[in-house]
Every structure is written in structure tokens, then in C-alpha cells.
Design a protein around this ligand. Sequence first.
Ligand code: NIG
Ligand code: FE
Length: 398
Amino acid sequence: MTSTVFTGIAELVTNDALLDGADHAEHLGILTDAAVVEQGGLIEWVGPASQAPAADQRRGVGGNSVIPGFVDSHSHLVFAGDRSQEFRARMTGARYDGGGIATSVDATRAASDDDLRLLVAARVAEMRSQGTTTVEIKSGYGLNVEDEARSLRIAAELTSETTFLGAHVVPPEYAGRRSEYVDLVTGEMLAACAPHARWIDVFCEPNSAHAFTEDEAKVVLSAGRDAGLGLRVHGNQLGHGPGVRLAVEMGAASVDHCTFLTAEDIEQLAAASETTVATLLPGVEFSTRSPYPDARRLLDAGVSIALASDCNPGTCYSSSIPFVLALAVREMNLTPAEALFAATAGSARSLRRSDIGVIRVGNRADMAVLDAPSYLHLFYRPGVPIARALEPGSRHGH
Ligand code: NIG
Ligand code: FE
């Protein structure tokens, strides 16, 4: 097996609070003039470039920075069709209520396997080209047994972090028959999807007529748990509601959006910080002209937070974690270090993964390189494509 030493790293963000010699300001465990040795996709050694051991090949990073690859722990990449007209309507005042999901469902059902596979692969490639090395992908635009299972099979070709979201909305053909749809999701659909999924998710939102109530969401999550899936929840996106409470009560790994929270929600999340991560998706607030979640208050209260893209055709068609990071600092008052940690180690935690998000010996060598002397340039140079996934053993840099 070929080993590679990446050297000439002006600044290495490890996120490793235990690393010797690192500057631990704000937990990023930064080493300057560093090297990393990778073999077989794993990290073998991390330290000062002057002490780097020999390896089969040497790759100079050319005075740039290396960070843990972004962990995008929330996306909906399996869809066909276009909803740019819906975005245009929102920018002139229309409100988002989840109703447009049906448009994506029609287009997704109509797409061939190959077309869908190409669309998803292109979106994952777009993410890698911006520094994302792990992506969670949800189903949720099939909403029948065959198309949900197909969505997850295709997603599973590209990631191990697949999430069954049959309970995204009640599809139009079940209008007025909600409980029959919940029966389908928790019965035949779950049985067909569970083999291809690691997680189950539900859009629990009393402020949308299309989404699910607390009682319905509980039934869906319980069935998923019985089928061996981990739990995630879309909650508190469009207004106050039961999503956070339900996620915490059921020990979900993540409750996502958290745009509208009460003091009690925040207390519950803080008390559950070892179990349940609050995943913030500020690209959604940007693309729906909504207020941003109070990330500062969550962190100050001791809540575990993550940042992710929510890349989807309705509320945020952006695959860019650098964009999310810039929003988190500029609009949500996180420090650059807090934001970067949340989109790497924080989002890894929301997937209950400790083998990614931190650059340390034994972890996966999933890293991103920045064409910049410091990670601060991610925020300082918004909109400039400085980040890309570092391909182990491949040529890169200058
Ligand atoms: O995370 N909230 C529900 N689901 C997606 C949006 C889906 C869509 O509009 O297509 C979200 O925002
Ligand atoms: Fe989502």
C-alpha cells in the first residue's frame, strides 16, 4: 500500500484538542508548517514538517492550508426537475410552506435510474470540488415504495450516510388520508428502504399542512428505530413547534433547522448535548428570506451544534459549505473557528462519527486544501472557490 506525505502545509487545522504542540485557541488544534502522512485512506502521522517520516510519495501543498474535509450532514441530493420559479416568487414575497416538494416528487418519479444517478453524482462531485468529503443524503422525493427505495439505492452508491425520509410530506395522492400514508411509510416503505439506509428522518412541522404532526412523527421514528435505523428530525423550521422536544425525548442524533426555538427548547438541547446535535442550515434562511437561528445563544447555552448545507431543490439549492460558513459568521455571530468546527467535527458528531472531522492518527484521511495561508480566508474571501477536497495520493497544489 502506497503511503503519501503531504508537506509544506502552512497551517493545518486538526480539530484535535489533544495534539502536542498545537495552538488550541478555540479548539481548532492548529499546527503551522505541518505534515500529514496518509496510507490506505487513513492518517498515519501528523506533526511538524521538519519531523515528518519518510513515505513512498511526497506531495507539496505549496504553502497552503489543510483542514478536515467538510462533513455535510444534511442534504437532499436525489431529485430531478427545476424549481427556480419558486425561488423567484419567494424573492418577491411568497412564503415557503413545503408545497413545492410535490413538483420535485413528480419530476423525480418520472426520471430514469440513469438520469437520477447522473444528477446525484454531479451534485456530490460539486460538493467535493468545494471541500466536502462526507455527505449525508436523504430520500424524500419518491414518496412511494419503489421511488423511495430507488432513491436510497442510488444514494448508497455514493455515501454510507443515507437517510430514509419517506415522511417528508404527505404526497398529493394521499391528501385526506394521512394516517394511511403514515401506515405505508412505517410498513411496506420502511421495509423496502431500511436495507439501504442508516438513518430515518421526518419533517415534523405543525406550521406546514404538508408535513407531519408530533404524534405522526413519533410513530415514524419509533418504527425506524425498531428497524435498526438511527434517528434525525427536521424540526422548528417554519415556526415554533414540537420538533426539538421530540428529537431530544427520542434520543435522536440530530434535530435540524432549529430556526424558531423557545428558551425551553434551548434548555432541553443543552441538557442533551451529549446525544442530540442541533444542526443549523443557514443557506435555507438565506434562500427563503427567513430570520437566522440564534447560533450564538445555542453555543453559549452549551448546545452541540453542526452546520450543513441542506442542499435541496426547494429551500436551498446550494452545495457550498464555504457559503454556509460565511453566513454563520456574518449573520449568526459565530467566530470563524466555531463555524469551521461546527461544519467538520460538529457535523461528524451529528452523524455519530469520530473517524472523520478531526485530523488525527487512525482517522480517515478526509481532508480539504485551501488556496490560502489560513483557514480565516474561508470567511475573509466569501464566494471565492479556495476550498477543494484533497484526493489522497493524487496530484494537487502547485
Ligand atoms: O430541509 N423542510 C423540509 N425539507 C427540505 C425542503 C424540501 C423542498 O422544499 O424541496 C428542507 O428545507
Ligand atoms: Fe432538509
